[in-house]
Design a protein around this ligand. Structure first.
Ligand code: NAD
Length: 377
């Protein structure tokens, strides 16, 4: 079997789905690996490092014609046309947005796995790119906040006077939010956090942050550990109660998301108006509409004296480790689906295990309804 690793072509993407480290491990499994020339350059992995690890450096089209293709983002229609019938694709497939990619993959006879559909269960943790990338994003978002903020995070006592510690509020305490809390604490800030799922209170407190308790009249806990949308009344209550808390913040890092839905609005214009000049909001939900209606995706703007950061791809700002983690997740996933065969390794039955059946989107020429019901047509 031959693995192909093309360079990512999406605007602003710096990651790569295979690194010299994982190429070496793939070779140890007896697989051939072809990598597009300069595929790892933006992540600081040189062609020489890939070659030393046992890969062959080739053109983009040769990587796409491999038996198994690793990518970060879904391929373009042109890239899909360059894939061969019976090939296997492993990448993020942008499951909330069906632009025809699934049908095109099926028509091309490509079996595809969407990494974002990985079940959030213990035995799949090593293959979970949403978690590994959200961890990086939460960390990087706090560094971005610190960069944009004109004051200190920690308490500083100097001969020129002292500075108070920053008051940071983290909204949404999932994977990114918990890492943001930990990072802000390490930088010496005082941290408050809120989530609509009451069960995260303990996790927030174990990181040394205070949990903001709001009585919105209902729980936002949904299926599989994810949040569910609140009723309109509960949303209004949540916004009103939060607004008073947020006006006191120096920094807000907001991460609140609901799978395949517009991000909930938690930071109203009124809250922004109430914040002090030079306060910072890093809205990590910018790609899904933002937790603040004033956020502009991929822009840093100042509104009512508050700096609003709408970066949508934080992992791309930390390309080496983001690629390291992503590539290890992909490697672990592939290793999981292989078993010894007569001539080296072969695929196990994809439908026999949740980890492969829940992530399998197109299979033997058809789009699997069970897995694509998450997609909005
Ligand atoms: P996510 O990115 O979907 O959402 C981020 C956070 O926003 C969530 O904590 C959510 O509750 C919160 N949120 C949504 N609406 C909100 C609102 N109106 N107000 C306040 N907060 C709101 O979440 P995620 O980081 O992908 O984590 C989802 C779940 O998966 C969590 O329960 C997490 O612990 C779990 N998880 C489990 C594993 C595992 O292997 N067991 C691995 C990773 C994550």
């Amino acid at each position: 079997m031959r693995i192909g690793i093309p360079r990512e072509t999406a605007v602003g993407e710096t990651r790569v789905a295979g690194t010299p480290e994982t190429v070496k491990k793939l070779r140890a499994l007896g697989l051939d690996v072809v990598v597009e020339r300069e595929a790892g350059l933006a992540s600081h992995f040189t062609d020489a490092a890939y070659r030393d690890a046992g890969a062959e450096l080739v053109s983009a089209s040769e990587t796409l014609a491999a038996d198994i293709v690793f990518k970060v983002h879904k391929p373009t229609f042109e890239q899909i046309r360059g894939m061969r019938r019976g090939a296997t694709l492993i990448c993020l497939l942008d499951m909330c947005y069906d632009d025809g990619t699934f049908d095109t993959l099926a028509a091309q006879g490509v079996d595809s796995f969407a990494l974002e559909m990985m079940p959030r269960i213990s035995r799949a943790q090593t293959m979970d790119v949403l978690s590994s990338q959200a961890n990086i994003a939460g960390y990087r978002a706090v560094l971005e906040a610190a960069r944009l903020y004109g004051r200190f995070f920690p308490l500083m006592m100097t001969s020129a006077g002292s500075a108070k510690p920053a008051r940071v509020v983290v909204l949404g305490a999932g994977v990114a939010g918990l890492q943001a809390i930990a990072t802000a604490r390490r930088l010496g800030a005082q941290v408050w956090a809120y989530d609509v799922r009451p069960e995260v209170k303990e996790q927030v407190q174990s990181l040394g942050a205070r949990f903001i308790e709001l009585d919105v009249g209902e729980s936002g806990a949904g299926h599989g550990g994810y949040a569910k949308p609140l009723s309109e009344e509960a949303q209004r209550k949540e916004q009103a109660l939060l607004t008073e808390e947020l006006k006191k913040a120096d920094i807000i890092v907001s991460t609140a998301l609901i799978p395949c839905r517009p991000a909930p609005v938690l930071i109203t214009e009124d809250a922004i108006r109430g914040m002090h000049e030079g306060a910072v909001v890093v809205d990590m939900a910018a790609a899904s509409g933002g937790n603040c209606p004033l956020t502009e995706p991929d822009r840093i703007v100042t509104r009512h004296g508050v700096i609003l950061c709408g970066i949508t791809n934080f992992p791309a700002l930390m390309p080496s480790d983001a690629s390291n983690f992503f590539a290890r997740n992909v490697y672990n996933f592939l290793e999981f689906m292989l078993e010894p065969g007569a001539e080296g390794v072969r695929f196990k039955d994809f439908l026999a295990d949740d980890v492969t059946s829940m992530t399998l989107i197109t299979f033997q020429g058809t789009v699997r309804f069970e897995t694509t019901k998450m997609a909005k047509k």
